[in-house]
Ligand binder design. Structure first.
Ligand code: C2E
Ligand code: MG
Ligand code: MG
Ligand code: MG
Length: 282
């Protein structure tokens, strides 16, 4: 669309930009259709303790596209953010997590497992966040103490007093809070002290470098020591090898997530893996 970009300038029709606009509109419609057709599927990735026992899972969304196959959230979450669709999508994920926890709560073997859900900036900012979470928790009867909301440092870039108030309200619902991808953004260490966080997740970029990049190893070690000292739980993300796991354990990490312990998978497959892992070792 040719449009004046200011009082004195005229912008001319740009065919490339037109393509981008159409492509985006097409993808946006696709995403709306995907929501209606329940093509957005929660996958589950295991988290384990120092004894390799499952302690919970992170929900990671997948788009089961009829033509394209599995589409990565790295592709569609940014689009969902831009279009605001992240808000309804995020509530669907939260509800799926609650329903899952309610079911797991009925069986001794799964009752103590936690579920982590990612909350992106656009969803966090939504004015109905607290009331919708409260409503879904009440309706499903899920135990909020078994739910961890993962926020990233980008959430903290907003007015920090407002963010802190909202985090307090989420805590008041009984939910737990985790700071995802820790170390990749620009958050201040004072946030760790002042915000009501329960957990931080050491980003996989540090885990990847832990064996041969001395700086990554030093940062991981310092973060684990600092977080532990102020009572925060620490999870290492993206653990792929035994030697990474050993190195992390040696510097005090006690919770792990990564392909070494299981890839994200659909619920049925996850529960099968869980059944095997929870069964007494003979
Ligand atoms: P994240 O929350 O930091 O999730 C961790 C990512 O690391 C996931 O990518 C996971 O599949 C991947 N991962 C786990 N273990 C390993 C490993 O050992 N090696 C490697 N190379 N990767 C590993 P995924 O599933 O592609 O998700 C990407 C991002 O998309 C997530 O990063 C999260 O920010 C976002 N996302 C996923 N699901 C949701 C959702 O339901 N809501 C929102 N708002 N964001 C979501
Ligand atoms: Mg996450
Ligand atoms: Mg992460
Ligand atoms: Mg990430």
């Amino acid at each position: 669309e040719a449009k004046s970009a200011g009082n004195n300038s005229i912008r001319f029709f740009d065919p490339l930009m037109q393509v981008a606009v159409e492509e985006r509109a097409r993808l946006e419609n696709e995403l709306r259709r995907a929501m209606r057709n329940r093509e957005l599927i929660p996958y589950f990735q295991m988290q384990v303790d120092a004894d390799r026992r499952p302690v919970g899972a992170e929900i990671l969304l997948r788009w089961q596209h009829p033509d394209l196959g599995l589409v990565s959230p790295a592709t569609f979450i940014p689009l969902a953010e831009e279009t605001g669709l992240i808000v309804p999508i995020g509530f669907d994920v939260f509800e799926a997590a609650c329903l899952c926890l309610t079911r797991w709560g009925k069986h001794a073997a799964t009752a103590s497992l936690t579920l982590s859900v990612n909350v992106s900036v656009g969803q966090f900012r939504n004015d109905t966040l607290i009331e919708r979470f409260a409503e879904i928790l009440a309706r499903t009867g899920a135990n909020p103490a078994r739910l961890k909301l993962e926020i990233t440092e980008s959430v903290l870039a907003d007015d920090i007093a407002g963010v802190a108030r909202k985090l307090d309200e989420l805590k008041a619902l009984g939910l737990h809070l985790s700071l995802d991808d820790f170390g990749t953004g620009f958050s201040s260490l004072s946030y760790l002290k002042n915000l009501p966080l329960d957990q931080i997740k050491i980003d996989q970029s540090f885990v990847r470098g832990i064996l041969d990049a001395p700086k990554d190893a030093a940062i991981a070690q310092s973060v684990i020591a600092l977080a532990s000292a102020i009572g925060l739980e620490v999870v290492a993300e993206g653990v792929e090898t035994e030697s990474q796991r050993t190195a992390l354990h040696d510097i005090g990490c006690r919770l792990f997530q990564g392909y070494l312990f299981g890839r994200p998978c659909a619920l049925a497959e996850f529960e099968t893996a869980l059944g095997a892992r929870l069964a007494p070792q003979t």
